[in-house]
Design a binder for this molecule. Structure first.
Ligand code: FAD
Length: 421
């Protein structure tokens, strides 16, 4: 109980490792990252495909290579990592963090500030209630990725992928590389869930059929999966009678969305945003509990890891400032609102203390020239950028400058949106 920790970070994925570096750079003395896994790197340990770090390092790295660079920096900076250690509780009254480890036992830690970087988990089959049996052969795409890339097991020989999130697209290609057949990727929406570059590189390049507005309506098989029924859906996502067909397969991989991992955040009494599923944060990445900061996929599901690392650095640095008493309790909170075509965005408040990036996803694709913008409630345009298109699978950014906000005068709300021009 006597151990003094300035900043305690929960989770050693890209966000947590960067938060450790950010906290050290800001001058925090004792920075500890708690990780339940035996190794560092979070989900990137299993992402052995290239495509990481194009922005940060101007190179195309694999997930482990990208993480290695950050982990090395964190070690050099003096960040302490405690692996094989699980945080199982945060007390809301005094922010005590309870950890569990085989050697150290149960410990209660009272840090000066906490950073939540627990990432997210995949939506399972139960989340979409498909009728039929529950045979072996149904996995989330991330579980299958771990089997193939880390444990050396193939989930099956003939796969169907439900959902077109990036993990599903990447796993479609991975299954082909490992000698399996992929019967098709089925997406209930009329647009892809993942990045366009992944549609091109993982499906088109391998001739994998991609069916929009189509879903799996039944699972078949007793012990092992024998096939699925797929059907087209109407504009209300209801299966259209007469379009059903049987697709033979022994494996169904689910890429139907990710949910920020926030059981601990709820325990800590932090407000959770109903749409993002992550903590409500300001642009310092401070949650509604002032001593608790959050970054990465625990806040909002990002498409690029570079943004996750950037946010980790910011959250870690601000946690260190808080721990040193450098963030006032009465900090300004200007609410950010999403416009007509914004499904989700983060942060939800800006303080005016720092330049801020607001990340957002559109509700509907805009397949023409459009504009991403921010406007204050007193009518001042704070940001505007022309785009060639905007798609739900790809995040967009509004970059707010403190100087611009100050020039706008009295601002009590900011709206962000993307509209055709
Ligand atoms: C399959 C896949 C492919 C991707 N491909 C790309 C790509 O090509 N390019 C790209 O830029 N991005 C890609 N991404 C996105 C990128 O990997 C994520 O945005 C990033 O990993 C999120 O980092 P994070 O630190 O928030 O979460 P995570 O990486 O999930 O890390 C969270 C960590 O917290 C730990 N943890 C959780 N709860 C606790 C607890 N209670 N106690 C202790 N530890 C805990 C977990 O064990 C984990 O290590 C991909 C993501 C996935 C899933």
């Amino acid at each position: 109980m006597s151990e003094r920790i300035d900043v305690l970070i929960i989770g050693a994925g890209p966000a947590g490792v960067a938060a450790g570096i950010g906290a050290k750079r800001e001058g925090a003395e004792h920075v500890v990252v708690i990780e339940r896994d035996w190794d560092l790197g979070g989900i990137l340990q299993q992402c052995i495909h290239p495509g990481f770090g194009l922005r940060t390092f101007k190179e195309e790295l694999t997930g482990p290579e990208y993480m290695h660079r950050f982990i090395q920096q964190a070690h050099e900076a003096g960040v302490e990592f405690r692996t094989n250690t699980m945080v199982f509780q945060i007390d809301r009254e005094n922010n005590t963090v309870w950890t569990m480890n085989k050697e150290r036992g149960i410990e209660a830690l009272n840090p000066g500030a906490i950073v939540l970087t627990m990432g997210c988990r995949e939506r399972p089959l139960g989340a979409i209630r498909i009728p039929g049996t529950r045979p072996a052969g149904i996995y989330t795409a991330g579980t299958a990725q771990r089997f193939v890339n880390m444990e050396g097991y193939m989930p099956g020989k003939r796969a169907v992928i439900l959902g077109s999130g990036d993990i599903g697209l990447i796993m479609a290609r991975r299954m082909i590389w490992e000698g399996a057949t992929v019967e098709g990727v089925y997406e209930v929406m009329s647009w892809p869930g993942g990045l366009r570059r992944n549609i091109a590189q993982c499906l088109d390049d391998y001739g994998i059929p991609f069916h929009l507005k189509t879903t799996v309506t039944r699972v078949h098989g007793q012990d092992r999966l024998e096939g699925v029924t797929v059907a087209q859906v109407d504009d209300h996502m209801t299966p259209i009678k007469g379009t059903e067909r049987f697709v033979e397969c022994d494996t169904l991989l689910l890429a139907i969305g990710l949910i920020p991992e926030n059981e601990l955040s709820r325990m800590a009494g932090i407000d959770i945003h109903p749409v993002t599923g992550g903590p409500v944060v300001n642009d310092l990445l401070q949650t509604t509990n002032p001593a608790v900061f959050a970054a990465g996929n625990v806040v909002i599901v990002y498409d690029l890891v570079d943004n996750v690392s950037d946010e980790g650095l910011i959250a870690g640095a601000n946690a260190a400032k808080f721990s040193a008493g450098k963030i006032p309790a009465d900090i300004k909170r200007i609410p950010v609102k999403g416009g007509e075509n914004v499904r989700l965005y983060s942060p939800q408040y800006v303080t005016g203390q720092t330049d801020a990036t607001i990340f957002m996803r559109v509700t509907h694709p805009v397949e023409q020239a459009c504009r991403v913008f921010a406007v204050s409630d007193n009518g001042t345009e704070l940001y505007s950028q022309r785009l060639r298109y905007a798609r739900p699978g790809e995040m967009n950014e509004v970059r707010l400058k403190t100087a611009k906000l100050a020039e706008a005068g009295e601002v009590s709300a900011i709206t962000v949106d993307i509209q055709p021009v």
